[in-house]
Design a protein around this ligand. Structure first.
Ligand code: RIB
Length: 296
């Protein structure tokens, strides 16, 4: 049976510029290319999870503008349930201005309609959350909505994976309701109010619950109890790392029922495939592609 996943999060139009390098402040560079592609951490995670074979519903918000129309149509085409994606009047849809250079990226997100996701939207989606195997939430929506997601999942006994990106401090009581948190080192330090220079294993031990920590090309570390364990990354040619974290989180949610070590292994493999193409959603693998990659 397909896994049922509810994703609560942002939907953006990504305005992606390819450049030979990042410009210095005040500098103008000639770029190599420009594309407009669907993005937003919530939408990306929803699309990645659908492609990996899950039944996915998204809770989020779009403006009533042309970006909103395009993003809504694209998500519907992917097969994401949009019953709880609200079209907000007098709001623009979220955007992300992204510069890609040498496989790295710089991103400025304007949340716009994403800032209009409220706890009431979560209450409205209560029945859908109750039927879910896993809930995924990130931090491009208001803190009240994130808190409401964690509380609802906890109340209904549905595990919530909190992907704390972009990181903001969260009240410890909310943080403790997440079944897993999936930060990178910097995000974990922000969440815990610690120094980013602190050893990441020490940070993981200080977290209030299980942690899956991503380390880019060094793979991922995970800890439920005891000492953190390591999963190496898969070697690929990196074109664009945008959306790698989203693919990782989606795969983790989809394969969590296979046990944490196997889910983290598949999440690393899915993320590796995702970085081989430009754009957050372009490279996200389908289940068959992931299986073939893992079999090699
Ligand atoms: O995680 C990648 C995403 O972050 C991009 O698609 C962009 O929209 C930003 O939200």
């Amino acid at each position: 049976m397909n896994r049922r996943i509810v994703v609560v999060g942002s939907i953006n139009m990504d305005l992606v510029t390819q450049a030979p390098r990042f410009p210095a402040p005040g500098e103008t560079l000639l770029g190599d290319g420009f594309v407009t592609v669907a993005g937003g951490k919530g939408a990306n995670q929803a699309v990645a999870a659908v492609r990996l074979g899950a039944e996915v519903a998204l809770v989020g918000a779009l403006g009533r503008d042309s970006f909103g129309d395009q993003l809504h149509a694209g998500l519907r085409e992917e097969g994401v349930d949009l019953t709880h994606v609200h079209r907000l009047a007098d709001q623009a849809s979220g955007t992300a201005s992204i510069t890609v250079a040498g496989g790295e990226n710089q991103i400025v997100v304007v949340p716009a309609a994403n800032a209009g996701v409220t706890p009431a939207h979560l209450e409205a989606a209560r029945d859908m959350v109750a039927r879910a195997d896993v809930v995924l939430v990130q931090m491009e929506i208001p803190l009240e909505a994130i808190d409401a997601t964690l509380r609802l999942g906890h109340r209904l006994g549905v595990p919530v994976i909190l992907n704390p990106a972009p990181a903001r401090p969260l009240p410890p009581a909310s943080l403790a309701l997440a079944r897993y948190i999936t930060p990178n080192q910097h995000e974990l330090a922000v969440l815990l109010g610690a120094s980013p220079d602190e050893d990441f294993r020490a940070l993981m031990r200080r977290a209030p619950g299980p942690v899956v920590l991503t380390r880019g090309s060094e793979g991922a570390w995970y800890r439920e109890q005891g000492e953190p364990a390591h999963q190496a990354s898969f070697a690929v040619d990196v074109v664009d790392s945008t959306g790698a974290g989203d693919t990782f989180n989606a795969a983790l949610a989809v394969f969590l029922h296979e046990g944490l070590p196997q889910a983290v292994r598949k999440a690393c493999a899915a993320a590796a495939l995702a970085v081989t193409r430009l754009g957050a959603q372009q490279g996200m693998p389908r289940a068959r592609e992931l299986d073939a990659f893992l079999a090699r």
